[in-house]
Write a protein that binds this ligand. Structure first.
Ligand code: GTP
Ligand code: MG
Length: 390
């Protein structure tokens, strides 16, 4: 086994494509890899390979195939193209995507559609601070209509607290760029430049104790159990001791990889696969965290500020009251919880309220941790932990 080691020469960022179904997210992702493969800083990944299910890629200790990686002159990117609307919601609300920036794909032919708006709202809630717009299918759109679509997108962004007037909007054609048409490969270059310039290099908490929310667990015959996910904080290297709070797992990391390449040391922001010594496959699950020993104590109760989505935002039509038991999505965990609204007693759609929550099982909690509240497959609220209770 002589795999090439990952050498960190540039800052690493996590970005992704979002937008309404069929607006061309996957085609654009493929086009980005094609243009960069021609520059020699990435491998071309055709659209049908991006859309493939993660399980099919469980060779080596490789991570979710919905991620592709590429480099520009100044950065290394992991790019996640979420295969469908439901996956997008799941990845965004669970924090699995952990995007530093997003490319909002809007078809110049169709303009802003319901999921365009929903994704912008969700991006805002989960703390994606920087959006670059790709007005896709510009090859087929009438330029004057495309101008109107651009205005519409800028208004949408402004309405959700993004700087709509100054957000880069680049007219692209993923399809024509894939065919190698120089006008449109040039547009993809312009989009990449916009991302490089507009999305700032995030500050990573590399000095904090190591924490990895587990996104996926795989078994590699003959090697053991592997957990994958994006490192939230700290660093990790082969030989480090770790534990999985709330379980009996306390062991040593015996392998660290990113995109199939072994790493010397991984840090906050990296998408990694960790091989854990002597851990049974069913001992660790999505929703657990892997942490530096003694650094995290799982808890069940907290107070939070919560925004209850309005019906227009896809939320509930009726108020919630004390005793309400929805699902809470905290990092990659999905846990039932009981709401206590105290003296307020009810919260109407569109309200921001303080609540106390008691979760069905303990998870690592801390002030400032964001979460989503879901019920019957839709997002009904978004909040932030204010106090962790004993
Ligand atoms: N004319 C034109 N068609 C495009 C372009 N990009 C994508 N398409 C077509 O639009 C359709 C949808 O493209 P996808 O890339 O699968 O769209 P998507 O947003 O990933 O779709 P979901 O993942 O299902 O939400 C396909 O038929 C593409 O060939 C483009 O730049 N120009
Ligand atoms: Mg797609």
């Amino acid at each position: 086994m002589s795999k090439q080691t990952y050498v960190r020469t540039k800052p690493h960022l996590n970005i992704g494509t979002m937008g309404h179904v069929d607006h061309g997210k996957t085609t654009l992702t493929a086009a980005l890899t094609k243009v960069l493969s021609e520059r020699g800083t990435g491998a071309f990944v055709p659209a049908d390979r991006i859309d493939r299910a993660p399980e099919e890629a469980a060779r080596g200790i490789t991570i979710n195939i919905a991620h592709v990686e590429y480099e520009t002159e100044t950065r290394h990117y992991a790019h996640v193209d979420m295969p469908g609307h439901a996956d997008f919601i799941k990845n965004m609300v669970t924090g699995a995507a952990q995007l530093d920036g997003a490319i909002l794909v809007v078809s110049a032919l169709d303009g802003v559609m319901p999921q365009t708006a929903e994704h912008v709202l969700l991006a805002r809630q989960v703390g994606v601070d920087h959006i670059v717009v790709a007005l896709n299918k510009a090859d087929a759109g009438d330029p004057e209509l495309t101008d109107l679509v651009e205005l519409e997108v800028r208004e949408l962004l402004s309405a959700h607290g993004y700087p709509g007037d100054t957000t880069p909007v680049v007219r692209v054609s993923g399809l024509r760029a894939l065919e190698g048409d120089p006008r449109w490969t040039g547009a993809i270059e312009a989009l990449l430049d916009a991302v490089d310039i507009y999305v700032p290099t995030p500050v990573r908490h590399t000095r904090a104790p190591f924490l990895l929310p587990v996104e996926n667990v795989l078994t590699i015959t003959g090697r053991g159990t592997v957990v994958t996910g994006a490192i939230e904080r700290g660093t990790v290297r082969v030989g480090d001791r770790i534990e999985v709070p709330g379980t009996d797992v306390a062991t040593v990391v015996t392998g660290v990889e990113t995109f199939g390449k072994p790493m010397e040391s991984a840090e906050a922001g990296d998408n990694v696969a960790l091989l854990l010594r002597g851990v049974a496959r069913d001992a660790v699950r999505r929703g657990h965290v892997v942490a530096a020993p003694g650094s995290v104590v799982p808890r069940r109760r907290f107070t939070a500020r919560v925004y209850v989505l309005s019906a227009a935002e896809g939320g509930r039509r009726t108020p919630v009251s004390t005793g309400y038991r929805p699902q809470f999505y905290l990092r990659t965990a999905d846990v039932v919880g009981t709401v206590d609204l105290g003296a307020t007693a009810v919260a109407r759609p569109g309200d921001t309220v303080t609540m106390t929550v008691e979760l069905g099982r303990a998870v690592p909690l801390e002030p400032g941790l964001g979460f989503a509240i879901r019920e019957g497959g839709r997002t009904v609220g978004a909040g932030t932990v204010t106090t962790v209770l004993p």
